[in-house]
Design a protein around this ligand. Structure first.
Ligand code: AP5
Length: 191
């Protein structure tokens, strides 16, 4: 809620394959953030074998977006159970409806939004090259995910840009180069 002891919250946005998960793992270990991935929380629910998990699987296979109540509730619970002072929320909010639901349910806004900017052809290449291909890493679903990203996620980035919260990072280079830019950002924020 809107209490004064809530953690510092950073949303991490970027297209599928932009490297959000990869960079978040490094930020978490170097800067003491808890890493909450919306996608991982959903996949965890799927592997539990619940009815809700089956419904989530059907949606993810098609590259569509899971209903806000489900995702926000998973994130809210994960935030509640961590005692970290800093939290990265990776791959969320996915759309304006997600953003509004998060703000309503938690009564708070992110302190920072990191946006990993990557060209489409590079994202496609990375996803197709992923070692253990996920159910949604085939070319047909990747195209849908990219379209959903353009149509629904970019408006969220624009909203937070207009509120001065977005720090855009060029995500075309090597993992090391990108993390260099991340480090510079955190240094400029005095982390
Ligand atoms: P999610 O799990 O969030 O997937 P995504 O956004 O599609 O992104 P990825 O995890 O595929 O990529 P990433 O940007 O994290 O890149 P990564 O570091 O893995 O979401 C999956 C699905 O869940 C969605 O489509 C949706 O259906 C559902 N969902 C999620 N959130 C939701 C929400 N809020 N509401 C409703 N539904 C939701 O890197 C990708 C690959 O590239 C890896 O193999 C990696 O090794 C490699 N790589 C990383 N960096 C580099 C680099 N610099 N150079 C070369 N290769 C690199």
């Amino acid at each position: 809620g809107a209490n004064s002891c809530r953690p510092f919250i950073a949303f991490v946005l970027g297209g599928p394959g932009s490297g959000k998960g990869t960079q978040c793992a490094r930020i978490a270990s170097d800067f003491g953030f808890a890493h909450l991935s919306a996608g991982d929380l959903l996949r965890h629910e799927i592997s539990s074998g619940s009815d809700k998990g089956q419904m989530i699987l059907d949606i993810i296979k098609e590259g569509r977006i899971v209903p806000s109540e489900i995702t926000v509730e998973l994130i809210r619970k994960a935030m509640e159970t961590t005692d970290a002072k800093r939290v990265l929320i990776d791959g969320f909010p996915r759309c304006e409806e997600n953003r509004i639901a998060f703000e309503r349910i938690t009564g708070t806004e992110p302190d920072l939004v990191i946006f990993f900017d990557c060209p489409e052809d590079e994202m496609v290449k990375r996803l197709l090259g992923r070692n253990q291909g996920r159910v949604d890493d085939n070319i047909e679903t990747i195209k849908k995910r990219l379209k959903v990203f353009d149509n629904l996620n970019i408006p969220v980035v624009d909203y937070y840009s207009s509120r001065g919260k977005v720090h855009k990072i060029d995500a075309t280079g090597t993992e090391e180069e990108i993390f260099g830019a991340v480090r510079n950002l955190f240094a400029s924020l005095r982390f």
